[in-house]
Design a protein around this ligand. Structure first.
Ligand SMILES: [Mg+2]
Length: 243
C-alpha cells in the first residue's frame, strides 16, 4: 500500500513530461507549417499533389500513344511549359513564404541561377515516352532569355538534355517580351523544320496555366498540372488542395 502513492507520483510525472513534450512538438509543427500558404504546403508536402501530377501525365501518355499510332515517327510534337509543369520550384516558394515575402522578378532570377528546381512527378517519364514513341519535345516558357542558360543547365542536371530529350526551348525575350505564348507556339514547327523535321504537327500541350495552350482549338489536346494555385492563372478544374 505504501508504494502506490509513489507509483502514482511517478506516473503523473511521466504523463506530465509526455504531454509537455507532445505540446512542444505540436507547437513546433504548427509553427513550421503555419508560415506556408496552403497552396505551398500542399505542393511541398501532400502526397495528393504528387498523385495528381502522375495522373495527368499518365492520361497524357495514353493520348500520345494513340496519336503516335496514327502519325508517322518525327511528324508530331508535344509542347510543354516548364515551371510547375516540368520543373518544380516549390523550394523557392517555401523560402519566400517563410520570409513573409511574395514573388519578385529579382528573387526569381536569383532562384533560377541556383539551378535547384526539381522535377514535377511524371514529367521526365512522359518526356522519355514521347521520344520513345517518335515524337518531338518542345518547351515554351515565360522564364526570360537571361535565365535560359541556367535553365538548360538545371534541366540537364535533372537528366533532360537538348537534342537528346528536347529539341526546342523558347524563353521570353528581355526586357519587354510578351508573356502571351501564341507567337512562340507558332514558331515551334518552323524551328523543327529548320532542324530537318518539316511539317511537324503539334498534337498536345502540357501546362499549369491557362496561357500554356493556344486560344484557338485546332486538333490538339491540353493537359493541365495542378500546381496548387501558387502562380498565375491556374488551369486545373479546381486548383489546389481538395480537387
Ligand atoms: Mg508554369
Amino acid at each position: 500500500m505504501k508504494r502506490r502513492p509513489a507509483l502514482h507520483i511517478v506516473t503523473l510525472s511521466l504523463l506530465f513530461s509526455l504531454s509537455t513534450g507532445l505540446a512542444a512538438c505540436t507547437t513546433t509543427s504548427t509553427h513550421e507549417t503555419s508560415s506556408l500558404k496552403p497552396s505551398t504546403e500542399w505542393v511541398a508536402h501532400a502526397p495528393d499533389w504528387r498523385q495528381e501530377a502522375l495522373d495527368v501525365y499518365e492520361e497524357a501518355s495514353e493520348y500520345v500513344k494513340i496519336q503516335s499510332e496514327k502519325n508517322s515517327a518525327l511528324s508530331w510534337a508535344v509542347i510543354l511549359d516548364l515551371d510547375e509543369t516540368v520543373m518544380n520550384n516549390v523550394a523557392y516558394q517555401v523560402a519566400r513564404d517563410k520570409a513573409g515575402l511574395g514573388y519578385t522578378s529579382v528573387s526569381w532570377y536569383e532562384w533560377t541561377q541556383k539551378k535547384q528546381a526539381s522535377l514535377v512527378p511524371g514529367a521526365a517519364e512522359f518526356i522519355a515516352f514521347v521520344n520513345q514513341l517518335g515524337g518531338h519535345v518542345a518547351f515554351v516558357t515565360n522564364r526570360r532569355d537571361t535565365e535560359q542558360l541556367a535553365t538548360e543547365e538545371n534541366l540537364a542536371a535533372l537528366g533532360l538534355r537538348r537534342s537528346e530529350d528536347f529539341r526546342v526551348l523558347l524563353t521570353k525575350a528581355s526586357p519587354n517580351g510578351r508573356s502571351d505564348k501564341t507567337s512562340r507556339f507558332n514558331l515551334v514547327p518552323e524551328i523543327l523544320a529548320a532542324q530537318g523535321y518539316p511539317n511537324v504537327e503539334v498534337i498536345a500541350f502540357i501546362g499549369d496555366n491557362i496561357g500554356d495552350k493556344p486560344e484557338t482549338v485546332k486538333g490538339w489536346k491540353f493537359f493541365c498540372i495542378d500546381q496548387g494555385a501558387m502562380y498565375g492563372e491556374p488551369c486545373a478544374a479546381v486548383p489546389g488542395p481538395g480537387r
